[in-house]
Ligand binder design. Structure first.
Ligand SMILES: O=C(O)CCC(=O)C(=O)O
Length: 285
């Protein structure tokens, strides 16, 4: 079932009410598609730069082909490029853009702050060594945010996600149950126990988020990936925010569970030699 919030002519208060009742809202056409196209171009440029190192030169195929080739033939390069995409200036710019920040405020995050770096997902069976890179199990974002009680996620696709590509699935109203029991607590994403006492499989609904629209959801909303049955990568991004004015967050000293530390030693000892630094500088001259 497709489930989209009809924003219609409604004012902010009905949007806030829908967000409070359902735990999510979809804002149609919030982001200019040209901005999304520029972000996709940046993603392609990162993977192409790595591809250019190999015998197979850049620019020979689509982004999907490039991803697939690197995944199969240069996994370290694939992984490094995928991680770099979380650090793209264009991605961070989108996550701090006025339409998104203003919308967060409208949804009740009086003083939005960034919880963690953005996450870009490349969901595809063909790019997955483990299940989570194909689809994420039922979880609540709270487990990896643990910030303000009104923390929220802005989720948006970078490509048109058709039903066959597995739309995101949510359990409307589940945010009101607070933190739910985990199936296993020693695993990334803290998968939730699915049962009649907790979250039921039949309670999930698909959300339709067209390109340019943004889904905002409570950090307690139960959600999971749909299954991508196509060969097209389901490229999506997820931005996480806390409200710096939420009372329990202030009391918990603005707790942030992510650790961020400078490296203790050089990853490649003796790199770089002076000649390598100079060559790089001369190449720019
Ligand atoms: O995009 C998806 O399918 C899942 C994203 C998600 O649940 C997450 O990043 O927490």
């Amino acid at each position: 079932m497709a489930f989209a919030h009809d924003n219609g002519p409604a004012g902010p208060s009905s949007l806030q009410k829908a967000f409070a009742d359902q735990g999510f809202v979809i804002l149609p056409g919030l982001i200019d598609r040209t901005e999304l196209a520029a972000l996709r171009d940046d993603v392609a440029a990162v993977f192409s730069a790595r591809l250019a190192l190999s015998e197979r030169k850049a620019g020979t195929g689509s982004l999907d082909e490039t991803l697939q080739w690197l995944f199969e033939n240069d996994f370290d390069g694939y992984l490094g490029a995928a991680k770099l995409c979380n650090h793209l200036v264009s991605l961070h710019r989108l996550g701090t853009s006025t339409p998104i920040v203003d919308q967060l405020k409208e949804l009740g995050l009086a003083f939005p702050s960034i919880c963690a770096r953005p996450l870009m997902w490349f969901h595809s069976r063909r790019l997955a060594k483990t299940e989570r890179y194909h689809r994420l199990p039922a979880h609540q974002e709270w487990s990896n945010m643990q910030g303000s009680l009104d923390g929220a996620v802005a989720w948006l696709p970078l490509v048109e996600v058709t039903p066959e590509m597995g739309r995101l699935q949510v359990v409307p109203g589940s945010h009101r149950d607070g933190l739910l029991p985990f199936a296993r607590d020693d695993e990334a994403d803290y998968p939730l126990a699915l049962s009649h006492d907790a979250v039921r499989d039949e309670d999930f609904v698909e959300v339709e988020v067209p390109l340019g629209s943004v889904l905002f959801f409570s950090s307690f909303l139960v959600h999971r990936s749909g299954s991508n049955a196509t060969d097209t990568t389901r490229l999506t991004v997820n931005f996480r925010y806390n409200n710096a004015l939420e009372a329990s967050f202030v009391e918990r000293s603005f707790l942030n569970p992510f650790s961020y530390a400078a490296p203790e030693k050089l990853i490649h000892p003796c790199f770089p030699r002076p000649a390598q630094v100079n060559r790089c500088l001369e190449d720019k001259g």
